[in-house]
Ligand binder design. Sequence first.
Ligand code: ADE
Length: 420
Amino acid sequence: MFADTVKLVDKGKKRIEWAGVSMPVVRSIAERWEKEKPLEGRRIAACLHVTTETANLAITLKTGGASVALCASNPLSTQDDVVAALNEVYQIPTYAKRGEDAESYYKNIETVLWTRPEITMDDGADLVATLHTKHRELIPGVVAGTEETTTGVIRLRAMERDGALAYPIVAINEAMTKHMFDNRYGTGQSTLDGIIRATNRLIAGSTVVVAGYGWCGRGVASRAHGFGARVIVVEVDPIRALEAAMDGHSVMTMDQAAPLGDIFITVTGDIKAIDRRHIEKMKDGAILANSGHFNVELDLPGLEAMTVERRQVRENVEEFVIRAPGERKRIYVVAEGRLVNLAAAEGHPAAVMDMSFANQALVCEWLSQKKPALEKKVYSVPEDIDRLVARMKLESLGMAVEKLSEEQHHYLTSWESGTR
Ligand code: ADE
């Protein structure tokens, strides 16, 4: 190995170990699996963000007896030191490179598919879509799959509706121990982390516009508020918009917010949450970032069409000089509009991925051991797995849950007692 590769491998190994320290639930699953080997002989193809946390999951799956092949679920989220360590230290074949082009990204997905997986593990549904469109010959060998994220679940539900889904998939995102924590606290912290690392701008006193008030939007808005920003929420659902208002944020349309914002963050899962018409109205120096799965939330082609000059001004920040009606102004796009938390920072912290990936691991075990009779549908994580993950996490934090007394249990399960 060349000296540079040795250094990269060593860096990746140390960072994987560092993340592992904050993943006690996944670790305790690995300890049990070391003896039980519930995934013995299973072939798993995983298309996930290649981070230190994912490495800990992949190592755990291997400890459980699976053979795992990994590729990236986004071209800009890959951590190259992790790829090097997974390949060289942990002997987990990993096909990904930060900044790879679309051709290489999809080629790596296909390489992973050629391992003829029995279980697919996806984040955004690109692997499943590739399998269903280009490699249907592999479908009979697939028992089931898992999907990590909101965007992927939406795509898979559309496939189910169209009768296109060819095997069952468990939506990890729907576990409460996933979305309530990963999407809220994970996206909240790592999105601000990415924007701050990329721009080094002061958040206090600035106006942050958050598009979307799902679990991710709630987290981003709350963390921006915590940093001292004035937060404006743009949301299409009246109930969520009302919740944002009662959480203390201003609520308005993007047309109204466009001239007010200093930093714009999209987490809607939909296309063009910020489009050309909005960008035209923005202040000189406005910063645009996306933390949704795909880079379609910002109308980048629209921005490019208005652009008269563009240049890279910092790592992960590109300046677009646009000619809006009557003026020239600068608009800054962070990390090419790709998920800013993974492209400009390191993704969600390990302590929160611990719960998401514990769900992934335990669902794989459930699929392999219990062999549930599932149809070609999208399923939720079984409730007992979800609750077990919560209990294990609490235990790792040294916290206990209260128990109902018999009298309390009786009160809650009867109807006779009322006003006394
Ligand atoms: N998604 C968001 N953060 C992540 C992380 N740290 N690892 C894997 N997937 C992620």
